[in-house]
Design a protein around this ligand. Structure first.
Ligand code: IDP
Ligand code: MG
Length: 150
């Protein structure tokens, strides 16, 4: 089934100059990039994006992380993209690897580039939608319909 999925290169990915390497891994998946833009992540957008995690102990740090507050990105930037293709949601998740960078398989984006800081923060470089309902919600949250190629 043809699917769309939201990908974000998180502030650690941008700050550590991993943008090109990350997109290269996604390119190799054979999926098509159909939208891309730099976004200044407002507090409201961050909280809406991660609202299903609002009861987690790491939630407030996660909001700081996605807004670039740990990486000196004063404009709160991330790179937001939409990928489309056959089984795009699962394929991108596989390229990303596990949430915890220490558990992410070698050769995945998170396995290659992610880390856990001494403060315990997961820095896993990339966000990717986890299932069809998340993907639909997240693509609509980050992009206007006219920003996505038909
Ligand atoms: P995902 O990004 O692989 O979909 P989620 O469970 O949706 O993982 O969590 C969203 C983000 O929250 C993760 O990518 C990571 O940045 C952060 N996170 C998840 N679990 C933990 C944790 O146990 N400690 C610290 N940060 C976490
Ligand atoms: Mg998730």
């Amino acid at each position: 089934m043809t699917e769309q999925t939201l990908v974000l290169i998180k502030p650690d990915g941008l700050a550590r100059r991993l943008t090109g390497l990350t997109i290269d891994r996604l390119d190799a998946s054979g999926l098509q990039m159909v939208a891309a833009k730099m976004v200044g992540v407002s507090e409201k957008l961050a909280r809406e994006h991660y609202k299903s995690l609002s009861d987690k102990p790491f939630f407030e740090n996660l909001i700081k992380y996605i807004r670039g507050e740990f990486h000196g990105l004063k404009d709160h930037r991330v790179l937001a993209m939409v990928y489309r293709g056959e089984n795009a949601i699962k394929k991108v998740r596989e390229v990303c690897g596990a949430t915890n960078p220490e558990q992410a398989a070698a050769g995945t984006i998170r396995g290659s580039f992610g880390r856990i800081t001494t403060a315990g923060q997961f820095e896993n470089v990339i966000h990717a939608s986890s299932d069809p309902s998340d993907a639909a919600r997240e693509v609509a949250l980050w992009f206007k319909p006219e920003e996505i190629l038909p």
